[in-house]
Design a protein around this ligand. Structure first.
Ligand code: TRP
Length: 334
């Protein structure tokens, strides 16, 4: 297979949790180790701004997410790792694309339509209540992220497939009008990616408030694990691992042999408290070293900032070149 350019964005809202780790961070870092490919990973902080308008929280989330990826082994020498907002060419390209995007296409975007639907369901007289233009044109900003670096493969969750189709649409329209300048990206759907359950058994998600943060102290991690909802079965009663949150999270961290042992313990009627203790120990063993690295990194924000700025410099070699080309193509070069 020819050399591919992988690119993916991480919206910087919230504190990284176990679900992010298992579903996105761990597989992405593994994939980034393949020397055959070029990789762009970035903090989508312009995207975060659409929903998260608390400056202190946004600042904190950017830092936590950058430190988490680095602590877990993302190698900024091999991967281009940057903040979206450090690439001024991205909003420039966004505008060129905005002028090539049919409004009707954006009317069909799921994220926007979902809010309109909520407003209608709530009986609001204004279907666009609470919707800013950032949310409405979110897919165009995302298209600019992708097209800027001529990404060929974009790994995303299922909820982002439509955005990728829109990016392709917009790029094709631009190329049709101005000539072949943009590379048409392909979506890589991560449907095998593990979806982890949270404390209450629903999908672990910031919006449900049921997450286990990745880099709490061991003590707090243990406390969270002990809060996972289980049923009232007594010690000694055989327990069903199927659909059980403790078992499921265990499996996401265990070797197949460890999983088999844990399944046996369930059959033998392990007490919930003991099962949770084992789960805590397993997670803690995997996270102990990264946690130490994380704590060291987060204590030195200037160093993180430097890593990200260096990443942006690396990226801008390409974004400047593309924007030069596109400015000429559309007739606004100086
Ligand atoms: N919208 C994506 C999400 O919420 C994040 C994102 C922003 C992204 N720009 C991107 C993903 C470009 C892939 C490519 O998950």
């Amino acid at each position: 297979m020819s050399k591919q350019t992988y690119l993916t964005g991480i919206t910087t809202s919230g504190t990284p949790h176990l679900g992010n780790y298992v579903g996105a961070i761990r597989p992405a870092i593994e994939a980034s180790r393949d020397p055959a490919n070029t990789n762009y990973y970035f903090l989508a902080d312009y995207h975060a701004l659409i929903k998260s308008q608390d400056p202190a929280m946004l600042r904190q989330s950017r830092m936590e997410i950058a430190c988490a990826w680095l602590a877990l082994g993302l190698d900024p020498e091999h991967v281009t790792f940057y903040r979206q907002s450090d690439i001024p060419e991205i909003p420039e390209l966004t505008w060129l694309l905005t002028c090539m995007t049919a409004k009707g296409l954006m009317n069909r975007a799921h994220a926007y339509k979902a809010v309109v639907q909520e407003n209608n369901d709530a009986g609001s007289s204004d279907p666009d209540k609470g919707i800013n233009m950032g949310l409405f044109s979110y897919p165009i900003l995302m298209a600019a992220d992708i097209l800027m670096f001529k990404a060929t493969k974009v790994p995303v969750g299922k909820d982002q497939i439509q955005h990728l189709e829109m990016a392709r649409d917009i790029a094709q329209r631009f190329n049709h009008h101005y000539g072949e300048h943009l590379v048409i990206p392909e979506v890589v759907v991560e449907d095998r990616a593990a979806v982890l359950s949270g404390l209450d058994g629903r999908k672990m998600s910031k919006s449900y408030g049921n997450t286990i943060p990745l880099f709490d102290t061991a003590k707090k991690l243990r406390k969270s694990v002990m809060k996972i909802k289980t049923n009232s079965q007594e010690p000694g009663e055989p327990k069903d691992p199927e659909g059980n949150t403790v078992f499921e999270i265990y499996q996401a961290f265990a070797t197949p042999a460890q999983t088999d042992e844990f399944r046996q313990a369930f059959a033998d009627g392990v007490a919930w408290g003991d099962a949770k203790q084992q789960l805590f120990e397993l997670i803690d063993a995997e996270l102990q070293e990264p946690r130490e690295r994380y704590n060291a990194l987060i204590a030195d924000p200037a160093a993180i900032n430097n890593i990200l700025l260096q990443g942006a410099e690396k990226a801008r070699v390409h974004s400047r070149a593309l924007m030069d080309d596109l400015r000429k193509a559309v007739g606004i070069s100086s």
